[in-house]
Design a protein around this ligand. Sequence first.
Ligand code: AMP
Length: 375
Amino acid sequence: MSLSKVIQPGSTIGIIGGGQLGRMMALAAKHAGFKIAVVEPSPYSPAGQVADEEIIAPYDDKDALLKLASVSDVITYEFENVDYEALKWLTEKAYVPQGAELIKITQDRILEKQALTDAGVEVAPYAVIRNEEDLNREMEHIGFPSVLKTSRGGYDGKGQFVLRGTKDAKEAISLLKNGPCVLEAWVPFEKEISVIMTRGMNGDLECFPVGENIHVNNILHETIVPARVSENVVEDAEQLAGKIAEHLNLVGTLAVEMFLTKDEKIYVNELAPRPHNSGHYSIEACNISQFGQHIRAVCGWPLMKSRLLEQAVMVNVLGQHVEGVIGQIQQQPDWNVHFYGKEEAKVNRKMGHITILTADMDKTLEELRVNEVWK
Ligand code: AMP
């Protein structure tokens, strides 16, 4: 089922996962007249709301996946925690041009770091930690500060423990309950940047402008585009994202998160095998969005040459920001307001985002900094 096909408007794209990434993928696909089917356990999900068909079931439910296959001309996914075995099984039954291997690699930090190293890019010095002895031995090599991360299932800083000295090992060790971990040297980064890359079915690569990411409490807060870095850094970041995409035989959109140090060294932090929060700016700021480009890739269309139309800043709207943002809509005509249709505005839940196109980045950033919504 892996021979490439061209999927035409009017066909149905199946998406595994019903979150906001699936929703924005679906909306981009709808521009070109595709129909959408979504598998997601919760009804009326962000993607389900804009889909033609919602299949309410767990992501690894084989009957549901077969149903998705029966209504879809091509299948993609919107997040990396799709069950690998189920996806692999689905690749035998349906047209899944991205395959399943990238999911296997990116849902496991140990495999991901190995793949990055094999691709010839640098990651922070690390060691695989399977038990207490490993931790006691390796923390001396890696040094302090360092960070212990669960190999699977962590996101937005969850499943991580920072070690500042040997005395922290006792507490950190509890992470091993969740399975193997990696111990990583702390990178004294100056900036966090990301590159969103799309690779077409024919191997063509298109790169979105490098974004500069500001995190608050380990959750992405702002992406500033273009990143305020030198030309050399842009070139290096794009080049290494390209290397990774080639090495992984990518089809579709991939996000590469990186740490940039003062002396302009780049370490790759992690990969997301899908459109990414730090690429949302592309919806308004580029001639093609990360979602549109992803759809083109999985449908076997030629990728569009991507261009930044204007500088932009994207700000996340978490549960605690919703009321404030809605209260300011009347005073903020320049805000491109996105809400994902989630009902419950829980603290730190990603509810939406705002993108502002600006000719004066410093002024816009200062206005956001003093805005009471994000205080
Ligand atoms: P992650 O879930 O791996 O993306 O980590 C979440 C955040 O923790 C990152 O965006 C960084 O701000 C910080 N972080 C994680 N690993 C490191 C590291 N090795 N060195 C410095 N900061 C880190």
